[in-house]
Design a protein around this ligand. Sequence first.
Ligand SMILES: [Fe+2]
Length: 178
Amino acid sequence: MVSKETILPDRAFALELLKKLRLPISIRLHSINVANKGLEIAENIRKVNVDTRLVEIGGLLHDIGRTRTHGFEHALIGGKIIRERGLPKSLARICETHILGGLDKEDAKTVGLPIKDYLPETIEEKIVCLADKQMMGDREVSIDARFEKWFSKYGKTKLLIKSRERIKKIEKEIKVLI
Ligand SMILES: [Fe+2]
C-alpha cells in the first residue's frame, strides 16, 4: 500500500485545504501566484531534475501556517499542519524553509524560533523560497524591491541583509541551471 505521506496532493486538494482552514483570501491569491511563479522557474531549469508538482503544491501550501499566525512561527506551524495531516514531509520542509532567504541557527535565535537551521536545501525548496520573495502579494518584484520594503518597515537589520544575500545566492544558483 502506498501511504499518503509519499503521495503529493493535487492542486484542487491544496486549494480546498487552504479554504477549509480559512487562510485569508489575499494570502490564498498570493500562494497561487507563488505556485505559478515557482512553476515558471522550474520549467526553465534544464540541467537538473525538478519535481514540478512538488514546487506547485509546495507553493500553494507554503503559507498554510498563516491560518494560525503571521509571525515567523507560521513556517513551523505550517510544517506541523502538513505533518499532522499525514501529507508528504517534502511539503512540510517547504513551509519550514521559505521564510526570508531561509534562516540559519543564528537567525532562528534572533527571531525567537527553536534554534536550528531552516535553510532551503533541495532545488524545490529553493525555488519556492525564491518565488515567494519575487511575489509581493500578487505583484512580481525584484529581490531588491522586496527587501527594500522590509527595510523600510523593520530597519536595515543584520537578519534582513544576510537573508537578502542568501536569496540572491539562491537566485544565481538557479540561473546557472537554466
Ligand atoms: Fe510565508
